[in-house]
Design a protein around this ligand. Structure first.
Ligand SMILES: Cc1cc2nc3c(=O)[nH]c(=O)nc-3n(C[C@H](O)[C@H](O)[C@H](O)COP(=O)(O)OP(=O)(O)OC[C@H]3O[C@@H](n4cnc5c(N)ncnc54)[C@H](O)[C@@H]3O)c2cc1C
Length: 235
């Protein structure tokens, strides 16, 4: 699909965890994209006002939705996200897209394993609720999402409760009340033995170190071929 530049209007901006917010945008033109792709938004650049900052965000909503939903982590020290965090309904943004090749390619005879850190779950949310995925779902859907604390686990209500989903939240610094897996997603994947690895496609998104490590585990110790691992590195 051809990349377009367009203006988007902010419709809603809501906090969904202590540090993550959803930004709902109405594009000024039809915006076709494939689930898993991302767009780029301009943010003001205080150091060089002539040259706006360009920030990439996976679309979290499916292509069929009326509004574009982005799921963004606010970084207190970040240059772009504090600006996006404060956006109000009616604000206008310069946007461009769609970009990227991180799209869903799994045949229905296989399982799919989505592995994310934090907002890296966004493209998987888009994929899971897209018409294409619903028409030809995989055998089983595994979702491992990593967060530092349990209140930062995203989209359990929407994704974790869907039929045929095995939901695996991995929390590295949980409270004493936490009953789920304690550790990082990499620890979980390393210890996982009862999976039909050769009949599963892996999609990894988020932190680059996590992706590198999980890829190494899958390829070196689980026998997964490179072409069955798909990735999108955020930072
Ligand atoms: C293809 C693509 C898709 C992306 N999609 C999303 C998305 O859907 N949601 C989302 O929240 N982000 C996403 N990102 C990251 C996003 O583009 C920005 O990098 C991020 O929002 C930080 O912007 P900033 O200007 O606030 O921070 P900056 O001032 O650019 O960076 C500050 C520092 O924070 C690091 N950093 C960036 N992201 C994170 C993070 N999540 N946690 C901790 N440290 C981080 C950077 O490496 C840098 O060192 C995506 C990145 C890419 C390349």
């Amino acid at each position: 699909m051809a990349v377009q530049k367009f203006v988007s209007e902010v419709v809603k901006n809501i906090n969904i965890t202590p540090t993550v917010f959803e930004l709902y945008l109405k594009p000024s033109i039809p915006f076709p994209f494939e689930a898993g792709q991302f767009l780029m938004i301009d943010a003001p650049n205080s150091e060089n006002p002539e040259k706006p900052l360009k920030r990439s965000y996976s679309v979290a909503s499916p292509p069929e939705a009326d509004l574009i939903c982005l799921c963004i982590k606010r970084l207190a020290f970040g240059r772009g996200t504090p600006f996006f965090k404060d956006l109000k309904p009616g604000d206008q943004l310069k946007t461009a897209g769609p970009f990227g090749r991180f799209t869903y390619k799994t045949p229905p005879s296989k399982n799919v394993f989505f592995i994310a850190t934090g907002t890296g779950i966004s493209p998987f949310h888009s994929m899971m609720f897209s018409q294409g995925f619903k028409k030809t779902p995989p055998q089983k859907i595994f979702i491992a999402i990593g967060a530092r604390t349990e209140d930062e686990i995203l989209y359990y209500d929407k994704m974790g409760t869907q039929p045929n989903v095995v939901w695996i939240p991995c929390v590295s610094q949980p409270t004493e009340r936490w009953k789920g897996f304690k550790g990082r997603v990499t620890d979980y994947i390393r210890g996982l033995s009862d999976l039909d690895y050769l009949n599963t496609e892996f999609y990894l998104c988020g932190n680059g170190d996590m992706i590198k490590e999980v890829k190494m585990i899958l390829m070196d110790t689980k026998g997964v071929a490179k072409e069955h691992i798909h990735q999108e590195i955020y930072y």
